[in-house]
Design a protein around this ligand. Structure first.
Ligand SMILES: NC(=O)c1ccc[n+]([C@@H]2O[C@H](COP(=O)([O-])OP(=O)(O)OC[C@H]3O[C@@H](n4cnc5c(N)ncnc54)[C@H](O)[C@@H]3O)[C@@H](O)[C@H]2O)c1
Length: 268
């Protein structure tokens, strides 16, 4: 039996990267999945891949940061599946690499709209359906950028720190309802969002450097984030609530350092 057998799920940002890998994994584990993305052909493709693997998926093109769209796709999931057990609010944008002193208010507003207010809207709209049935799991994608600098621009990091805070506060606002809220903090993962970084490194022949700052000394794959999202979404995580989990090869476990291969501390 799958770990999400019979569950009804929504995954946003499911047209690419972490969202697509998660939607496919959720469906393989038995969930019916409403796959949401602003890119219509991408979300269609995700749904086709799930269907081809024998799963059930309904594609919806929508803006995860727009209230009307969120209300519409949550209502669609409930209508299609007869309820809602899992929400993975994963859609996000990076906002690029604009220097702090050149960042506009519009840039900040757009990143906060999609990455943070979109997650709030999804929780606010989905939670009542979960409360009505006395159980549900909400998973949000934050980032290691929420924890420290140098993993994204200022508004991106601030938006993701907000996602961690929202997971903590929402879990407590929903106390006594049976609805859990948690966040995942991915490290460097090869997806559509990080394609420019990977393309640049490959063009320069420095691909081997990617992910070298974490103790596993490699970058991550979308499936490795999907595995954590699956755990948090499932009943295996029935006592896990209000937490944010780095999945980053150990990157956030250390202070910055320079690796010196020939350095060996003298024995005591
Ligand atoms: N890739 C990484 O290294 C990394 C690290 C930490 C956190 N994250 C986060 O993981 C999440 C998934 O990103 P990814 O890396 O898979 O990137 P991705 O670009 O491959 O996928 C993101 C998807 O979200 C969709 N999307 C963006 N804005 C949307 C909106 N307003 N409405 C609906 N869909 C929208 C995009 O169309 C895209 O398909 C994001 O929240 C991102 O911030 C990624």
């Amino acid at each position: 039996m799958g770990r999400l057998e019979g569950k009804r799920a929504i995954v946003t940002g499911a047209g690419s990267g972490i969202g697509r890998a998660s939607a496919e994994l959720f469906a393989r584990e038995g969930a019916s999945v409403l796959v949401v993305d602003r890119t219509e052909h991408a979300v269609q493709e995700t749904a086709e891949r799930i269907a081809a693997a024998g799963g059930r998926a309904v594609p919806v093109a929508a803006d995860a940061g727009r209230q009307e769209d969120v209300e519409s796709f949550v209502a669609r999931a409930v209508a299609e599946f007869g309820g809602l057990d899992v929400l993975y609010a994963n859609a996000g944008i990076s906002g690029g690499d604009v220097p702090l002193l050149e960042q506009s208010v519009e840039l900040w507003q757009e990143i906060l709209r999609v990455n943070l207010i979109g997650v709030f809207l999804a929780i606010r709209t989905a939670a009542p359906h979960m409360i009505a049935q006395g159980a549900g799991s909400i998973v949000c994608t934050a980032s290691v950028a929420a924890l420290r600098a140098h993993a994204g621009g200022n508004p991106y990091s601030a938006s993701k720190a907000g996602v961690i805070s929202l997971a903590q506060t929402a879990a407590n606002s929903l106390a006594g309802t049976g609805v859990r809220v948690n966040a995942v903090c991915p490290g460097l993962i090869e997806t559509g969002m990080t394609k420019p970084i990977f393309d640049y490194a490959r063009a320069r022949g420095t691909e081997a450097n990617l992910g070298q700052l974490n103790p596993l000394q490699r970058y991550g794959l979308p499936e490795e984030i999907a595995a954590m999202a699956l755990f948090l979404a499932s009943d295996d995580a029935s006592y896990v609530n209000g937490q944010a989990f780095p999945v980053d090869g150990g990157l956030s476990s250390a202070h910055p350092f320079r690796r010196m291969p020939r350095f060996r501390p003298a024995p005591l």
